[in-house]
Structures are given as C-alpha cells and as structure tokens.
Write a new protein. Structure first.
Length: 26
C-alpha cells in the first residue's frame, strides 16, 4: 500500500538526485 511515508521517501530521493545533477553540471 502506498503511504505518505513512501511519498516522503521518494520525494527526498528525487531532491537528492536533482541536487546531485546540479553539483555535477555546476
């Protein structure tokens, strides 16, 4: 079952990926 906790974990993971891409590009 999909819970708000899963959503929060996925959101945090997505933010880490975006920050990683920004650090690599800039």
């Amino acid at each position: 079952m999909y819970t708000s906790k899963d959503f929060a974990i996925n959101l945090a993971g997505a933010l880490l990926v975006v920050l990683g891409i920004i650090l690599v590009l800039f």
